[in-house]
Design a protein around this ligand. Structure first.
Ligand code: FAD
Length: 402
């Protein structure tokens, strides 16, 4: 019976081991994770958990008893330091393990500000783990001044929590607009207005030059010369895949661990899934950072490890919660040429539809769940309405599915 070793006890690793058991694997399964906690969901970390509206226990994907009942050996608080594909061994600090099949589900980590920019000062926080949030949450006190560096989804979610808790919040984004890397100007405009109407100062086209302070941060200097006083700083300037160990083991790595469409890495009996993996998608190679992808990718890899032959066809979707707005995104908008706006059923709800000429690529729906659902179904079924149909309020979206 094969011993399957999974490195990285997060969303993908946890999904994968339970899928292996559900598919009937009776051999040994070991799930190794460097964090001390049971595998947990990350999305609430920057939302309800940081806000104090979700208990820690509810973050856990499964209780310890589920791992025991399924005979899954959990090695938590243990980092894999090296992998040797020739001897099929993973190295931990004090021991090593032999594997028959190995899966990397090592996820990703936040990009850090260089120490020369003050990135290592005390009271500068990064948003990835439960420990990160526990460390920063005591700072979220009414009246405190927080600088959020980076106007992507993570930074904006932290800004929304801070504003709701009565802090003085400034967001600084070096690009011309918040969400520039991931969304159209229409979506950036929506979220800029939302944050400004909640009292957040949004600085765009201005970079952070340096964080200053004696051991702990007290001031931030912007590239335009502006200086602001801060009590603490939250950094959300992008993430990097955890692929160094795979690279050192000789696996192909290019913006993540390269796999084929089945999740197989470039070395025998080694696989990868979730945030850490890059895989083929519509003639190119992509890496996705989302919960639905982590689950579906991991479950497909589990099937293939056990002899299946299932290609992973990504169906990207994502969400973000800020104040009372739920953003839902279906599809990938890269390469879009035009965006069409449609008002939703409720006041203030709206969706933005991304097209490449007449081909629908993606939808951003703000408090418009039915627009999101219909957009998702259209994209996944390869059906493309014309932009003029979306724009026309007399045409019911559900009729476009026929
Ligand atoms: P992870 O969940 O990061 O798990 C990887 C694990 O591997 C980690 O625990 C790591 O410590 C461990 N590891 C790494 N290297 C080693 C090693 N050498 N040895 C042992 N263990 C190792 N997605 C959404 O779809 N919607 C959202 O609203 C959303 N919000 C988010 C909010 C936050 C604050 C964050 C951080 C992420 C959010 N995401 C969201 C993204 C989503 O959580 C990730 O895409 C998902 O967790 C990826 O799962 P994963 O298993 O690939 O990686």
């Amino acid at each position: 019976m094969k011993h399957i070793v999974v490195v990285g006890a997060g969303q993908a690793g946890s999904s994968l081991v339970f899928k292996l058991r559900a598919l009937g694997h009776t051999g040994k399964i070991t799930l190794i994770g460097e964090e001390a906690d049971l595998p947990y969901q990350r999305p609430p970390l920057s939302k309800s958990y940081l806000l104090g509206e979700m208990a820690r226990e509810r973050l856990y994907l499964r209780p310890q008893a589920s791992y025991d009942q399924n005979n899954i050996t959990l090695c938590l608080g243990q980092r894999v330091t090296a992998v040797d594909p020739t001897t099929q061994t993973v190295q931990l600090k004090q021991t090593s393990l032999k594997y028959d099949e190995l899966v990397f589900t090592t996820g990703s980590r936040p990009a850090r500000l260089p120490a020369a920019m003050g990135g290592d000062l005390r009271r500068v926080y990064y948003v990835r783990t439960l420990a990160d949030i526990d460390a920063m949450s005591a700072e979220f006190l009414t009246g405190r001044k927080v600088l959020i560096v980076g106007g992507g989804y993570i930074g904006l979610e932290a800004a929304a929590v801070a504003a709701r808790k009565g802090l003085n919040v400034t967001v600084v984004e070096a690009a011309d607009r918040i969400l520039q890397r991931v969304a159209a100007p229409e979506t950036s405009d929506f979220f800029r207005s939302l944050h400004q109407s909640n009292g957040v100062e949004v600085l765009e086209g201005t970079g952070l030059a340096e964080l200053q302070g004696d051991e702990q941060v007290t001031q931030a200097l912007m590239t335009d010369g502006q200086k602001i006083d801060v009590d603490f700083v939250v950094v959300g300037v992008g993430i990097k895949p955890n692929s160094e160990i795979a690279r050192e083991a000789g696996l192909d790595v290019n913006n993540g661990i390269c796999t084929d469409a089945f999740g197989k890495a470039s070395v025998q009996n080694v696989w990868a899934a979730g945030d850490c993996a890059s895989f083929p998608y519509m003639g190119t190679r992509i890496r996705l950072e989302s919960v639905p992808h982590a689950i579906e990718h991991a479950e497909t890899v589990a099937t293939n490890i056990l002899g299946g032959n299932t290609e992973y066809i990504a169906k990207p979707w994502f969400w973000s919660d800020q104040y009372d707005v739920k953003l839902q995104i279906a599809g990938l908008n890269s390469g879009f040429s035009n965006v069409v706006r449609r008002n939703g059923a409720k006041e203030g709800s709206v969706s933005h539809w991304y097209f490449l000429a007449d081909r629908l690529l993606a939808v951003d729906a703000m408090n418009a769940p039915s627009d999101y659902m219909i957009g998702k179904k259209l994209i996944e079924s390869g059906k493309s309405p014309c932009p003029s149909q979306i724009e026309n309020p007399k045409i019911l979206l559900k009729d476009l599915l026929r």
